[in-house]
Ligand binder design. Structure first.
Ligand code: COA
Ligand code: ZN
Length: 311
């Protein structure tokens, strides 16, 4: 029987690096992205074209995007919050623009410093321009499973923003659990509705592990028919403008789990672990990854005490 294909999209270099206090040198960013390009990802989110005042960690976006070695099998995407960001991204030959706004008014105001309607207006203008080019358009809707400042966002509210973007002709929609508020039954219900409503669109699930539910949520999304996930190497990640935000679902934990469950992620776990092992040196601190600490399930150990007895 053919294995179920799951598309894995690496976001550590955007969602992860944006949140690091110490600037990661441009050459180091390029080196890790080049490594990740050989791991089998469907998509890599390289950086974001945001204001360097808002996200100083990614102020080298142009240089990174220009200097990486691109693998033709990988879609290279970048996060774009406004018109200026779209112009910068398009000048770098990206494969996709990942437009972003929040379904929560309060989070949109604090993250993007504008109302949701103003965001929509700008993003609609970008879609109008980019649609006539070969560049793909995705929209990431932050706080789709709850806002750390407003609380629950009604499912109809999330779907109505998705509807408005679908009508404009985007290729894909990502529902983001920006601060790990999602839980499995909620995830299943929202993605089932989304899948029924937008059968022709590429739908992506973007989870953070803030409350330890990211892998359970990923499973619930798969049950709802979702086959694309944003993941982050080492479990890095977090939005500087969402209180309490922490790491994304960890790439190696996700790949490890899905492959054990008989799914085909296309990603090479061994290469992934080698790349993840480089992260602490790069960012100067430990990463949340459990698989990096414990190793894969069948990495066997000598019996405890066997060394002592044999001496
Ligand atoms: N890239 C580079 N510079 C940008 C820019 C962009 N995409 N957008 C705005 N700027 C610059 C402007 O040129 C202006 O520069 P100046 O002060 O030298 O004149 C300055 O930023 C202010 O512009 P303004 O349009 O008033 O933006 P703002 O200060 O209201 O910020 C955003 C709006 C959206 C640009 C900013 O909030 C942002 O980048 N947010 C991203 C947050 C994020 O990435 N969060 C995590 C991921 S969800
Ligand atoms: Zn995120």
């Amino acid at each position: 029987m053919q294995k179920k294909r799951i598309y894995i999209q690496e976001v550590a270099c955007r969602d992860g690096f944006q949140n690091e206090a110490a600037f990661i040198p441009t050459d180091d960013k390029i080196e890790i992205i080049n490594r990740l390009s050989d791991c089998g990802f469907a998509k890599i989110e390289v950086t974001s074209f945001t204001s360097p005042k808002a996200i100083p960690a990614l102020r080298d976006a142009e240089e990174v995007m220009h200097r990486i070695q691109r693998n033709p099998n990988v879609v290279y995407t970048v996060l774009v919050p406004n018109l200026r960001g779209a112009e910068r991204a398009m000048s770098c030959g990206v494969d996709e623009v990942n437009l972003v706004m929040s379904v929560s008014e309060t989070h949109n105001q604090s993250n993007l410093r504008m109302t949701r309607e103003r965001s929509f207006e700008q993003l609609a203008g970008i879609i109008g321009e980019v649609k006539s080019t070969p560049v793909a358009i995705n929209i990431s809707l932050s706080c789709s499973f709850g806002c750390p400042m407003e609380g629950d966002v009604p499912q109809d509210e999330v779907l109505s923003w998705a509807d408005r973007f679908a009508e404009l002709g985007v290729h894909g929609i990502t529902l983001c659990d920006t601060t790990g508020m999602a839980y499995p039954t909620q995830v299943r219900a929202l993605f089932e509705d989304c899948k029924a409503r937008f059968p022709a669109l590429e739908l992506t699930a973007h989870f953070h592990n803030t409350r330890g539910m990211a892998l359970a949520n990923a499973n619930a999304a798969i049950e709802a028919g979702i086959n694309r996930f944003d993941v982050s190497l080492g479990g890095l990640g977090g939005c500087p403008y969402a209180p309490g935000a922490s790491g994304n679902v960890c790439t190696e934990e996700m790949v490890h789990m899905l492959e054990l469950m008989g799914m085909d992620t296309g990603v090479n776990l061994e290469q992934l672990l080698q790349a993840s092992a480089l992260l602490p040196g790069l960012i100067g601190h430990d990463v949340p990854s459990q698989i990096l600490k414990a190793g894969p399930r069948l990495k066997l150990h000598n019996p405890v005490g066997s060394m002592a007895r044999s001496q």
